[in-house]
Write a protein that binds this ligand. Sequence first.
Ligand code: KG4
Ligand code: ZN
Length: 344
Amino acid sequence: MSEPLVLGIETSCDETAIGIVRGRTLLANEIASSVEEHARFGGVVPEIASRAHLEAILPSIERAVNDAKISLRDLDAISVTAGPGLVGALLVGTASASGLAQGLGIPLYGVNHLAAHVSVDYLTHDLPTDPTIALLVSGGHSSLLRVDDITGSITKLGATMDDAAGEAFDKIARILDLGFPGGPAIDREARNGNPTAIDFPRGLTTSNDWATRPYDFSFSGLKTAVARYIESTPVNVRADVAASFQEAVVDVLLLKALAACKSSGIDSLVIAGGVAANSRLREVATERCAKAGIQLRIPNPGLCTDNGAMVAALGSLMVSAGRPATKGAFDADSSLPVERVALA
Ligand code: KG4
Ligand code: ZN
């Protein structure tokens, strides 16, 4: 089927998100977020997220179907995030999706949230000539991937050894009193600061690291360095700290992503996940990729953070590639590895 009509359901964290695509055309992208209910706790509270998903999911599906001007009966398939994520939150999505798919008598795809982040780029850019390198940077994960086929062949080249990039943004924002979620807040604050004011460490970039784990990341040393700097500097300039911290993260992410392109001989890079919305990451990536002759693809900022369009996009690609649907009733897998694009 070349232009399948697919509804995607995403409930892995604090967004109840529904996307509808026809082939690679986005028809609806409905997002209900419970982020404000979590803000006073400084992070996502799983029980609150699950309850919010239960309340939001049916009205969100209804709104998306109305936006797309389709009827549920027109759908060719449903896809749903099966993992990784918060198990209680995921279950709201998978239970709703299987009920809907069974009721409509259409195939259901239980797909990987991380692969979905990468696949959303296929909606806005021409199909990348596989293989491509993908830098996946979200609140829960940071990895460098080699994608030979987004519907079935993803190899992990490296990953963070401690915090995810988004998690580092969130933690530093808390130290700087910038609120939650921290990524967008640091992005804004950094615009008033000097990115070269403070030379914060770039994790895992010694010559030994390049020899032994070139594509892994570590942000814990950077986090400690920022905390120490703030404690020991009486008049610290918050904007300079935010800008210099952001610069260190952006620098190390791109150093490693471009090194992966170079050593694999792949001149295509996709950057995906919530942190890909970062304006400085987008800017520096554009400059460095142009210089290195690497074709860069980053989804629009609104499609970088969690959304349903990405889940629908991956579902649509699975259908078009003739991949088999997920069989029978299936459980969510809170720690689904990135190499498993979909459940069998
Ligand atoms: O992909 P995502 O929406 O959810 C997960 O799958 O985790 O990523 C959320 C993460 C959060 O840590 C958030 O602070 C970060 O993405 N983020 C950003 C920006 N927007 C969101 N980080 C840096 N700059 C941004 N503009
Ligand atoms: Zn995500």
